[in-house]
Design a protein around this ligand. Sequence first.
Ligand SMILES: CC(C)(COP(=O)(O)OP(=O)(O)OC[C@H]1O[C@@H](n2cnc3c(N)ncnc32)[C@H](O)[C@@H]1OP(=O)(O)O)[C@@H](O)C(=O)NCCC(=O)NCCS
Length: 148
Amino acid sequence: MPEQLVIRDIASADRAPWFRLWAGYNAFYQTEIAPQISERTWQRLLDADAALFGRIAEIEGRVVGFSLSVLHEGTWVDAPICYLEDLFVDPAARGTGVGRALIADLVALGKQRGWSRLYWHTREDNPARKLYDEFTAADDFVRYRLTF
Ligand SMILES: CC(C)(COP(=O)(O)OP(=O)(O)OC[C@H]1O[C@@H](n2cnc3c(N)ncnc32)[C@H](O)[C@@H]1OP(=O)(O)O)[C@@H](O)C(=O)NCCC(=O)NCCS
């Protein structure tokens, strides 16, 4: 892991680097999020009252990655559940432990803040599963999704 790596809350000064990484993340998923939705996502990430929150990976002042998560309630538990929705590391900074540190950060926050669960989905063939398997084994649930 790079010695100077810091994981911290997202802040308004991260706007330009976050939008640059967000564009890379959209390209990775071959999707085009409408600009007004990206703007709305950005605004919610800065809003302390929103269920969305973002964490930034920074090396020597350079933003190199992010995790974006949603805290939500659950019927089987009393404490918040954290859904890690988006995880991205600048291609130039990959393979040095930044992704691992972003997930470990959420694990640490979950313990500190008393969440009941942290979970995420990924494509079955995503090579990043090698990393995810370090944290826990994938379960046998499959996803059904309707889009409106
Ligand atoms: C997934 C991602 C965030 C991982 O970030 P990263 O900083 O490269 O990950 P790390 O360096 O912490 O990886 C830790 C280990 O997992 C492996 N790994 C992680 N991502 C990998 C990938 N895409 N392909 C192959 N191996 C990968 C690394 O080789 C490393 O193993 P090692 O320690 O034995 O060398 C990054 O590859 C990325 O942004 N990918 C594109 C977007 C994406 O897939 N997001 C997740 C969607 S669910």
